[in-house]
Design a protein around this ligand. Structure first.
Ligand code: AMP
Ligand code: TRP
Length: 331
């Protein structure tokens, strides 16, 4: 049986991915590469919708790629590349912009949220066409599945609509992909506000565990994580959101069930439990940080890896682009 193809992307908008990205999405990427033909893309063009210092964007693009390799994306198994290295993404996006309705694009909730927050003057046009570029990212590679978080479901729906519309009008060029909504191994919440999801846009980083945090910083964040009422280590999201979140994190990393952790820690205090969770996290993150630093210390080598990825990606993408251009009448 031939392998299924999967494609996903992540924005290089921060120095470090956080534990929510890792346990919620990126670990799945690693898992998927063994049985599938996987394409993973650092979407630097999408990151331009957020104003960033050019040096910082460069650094973050490399850091993102390095972290993906460090968590286990193997560039020999997966095609790992940077979006701007494959010009077909922009080229196909323009074609799609011309067959997407203004109203249709206006209905994207992520655009509505972000533009409302920023106000009309601070909202750039790129934010509006963002999902159409994303459709090009996806459809160029003819994937069967697009593993993404729930928040991206609507963008993948739009991608399917665009592909179906194109195929119907101009002949079948695109495979219609399916969103594979990642049933997170775990939804990870903020350590300071355990009723809110751990997020890069949190007001304070005190409750956000970054993959590249130092062990000391990680320990400190866990030790000062909010403490629920009572004394027992029990999973109860309503009454004990803080402890439940820590149990989820422990379980996702140690592979132990929540029940077995509850009995292991019965009679023990919050302090001891927090320290053990911190230690498990630190021992999991330590090799990731080390590998990331190694890769960042030889940027030429890292760039070479990404160039090889880009070559493979370009081959597939340019072929799809050629078919699409020809179908729509570009000579
Ligand atoms: P973001 O860059 O914040 O959109 O995150 C990229 C992906 O990571 C999302 O699509 C989610 O699948 C996953 N993710 C982000 N935050 C969390 C979280 N707190 N818990 C679980 N998964 C998350
Ligand atoms: N919009 C996605 C996010 O914010 C990132 C992304 C861009 C993406 N292009 C993609 C995800 C293609 C999957 C496939 O998470």
């Amino acid at each position: 049986m031939s392998k299924k193809r999967v494609l996903s992307g992540i924005q290089p908008t921060h120095d470090s991915f956080h534990l929510g990205n890792y346990l919620g999405a990126l670990k799945q990427w690693v898992h998927l590469q063994s049985d599938n033909d996987a394409y993973y893309c650092v979407v630097d063009l999408h990151a331009l919708t957020v104003e960033t210092d050019p040096k910082l964007l460069q650094k973050r693009t490399l850091l993102s790629a390095a972290q993906l390799i460090a968590i286990g994306i193997d560039p020999n198994k997966s095609t790992l590349f940077v979006q701007s290295h494959v010009p077909a993404h922009n080229q196909l996006a323009w074609v799609f912009e011309c067959i997407t309705g203004f109203g249709e694009a206006s209905r994207m909730t992520q655009f509505k949220d972000k533009s409302q927050k920023g106000g009309a003057e601070r909202t750039n046009v790129g934010l509006f066409t963002y999902p159409i570029l994303q459709a090009a990212d996806i459809l160029l590679y003819q994937p069967d599945f697009v593993p993404v978080g729930e928040d991206q479901r609507q963008h993948v729906e739009l991608t399917r609509d665009i592909a179906e519309r194109f195929n119907k009008k101009f002949g079948k060029v695109f495979n219609i992909p399916q969103a594979q909504i990642i049933k997170s191994l775990a939804k990870i919440n903020d350590l300071q506000d355990p009723t809110a999801k751990m997020s890069k846009s949190a007001a304070s980083m005190a409750g956000v565990i970054e993959l590249l945090d130092t062990p000391e910083a990680t320990m400190k964040k866990f030790k000062s994580s909010v403490t629920d009422d009572g004394k027992e280590i029990k999973f109860d999201e309503k009454a004990k959101p803080g402890i439940s979140n820590l149990l989820t994190i422990h379980s996702a990393l140690s592979g132990k069930s929540i029940e077995s952790l509850e009995s292991q820690f019965s009679g023990k205090g919050y302090g001891e439990f927090k320290t053990e969770v911190a230690e498990i996290v630190i021992s999991n993150l330590e090799p990731i940080t080390r590998r990331t630093n190694e890769l960042m210390s030889d940027k030429a080598e890292l760039i070479k890896i990404l160039e090889i990825g880009a070559q493979r990606a370009n081959q597939v993408a340019s072929e799809t682009l050629k078919s699409a251009y020809s179908a729509i009448g570009l000579i």
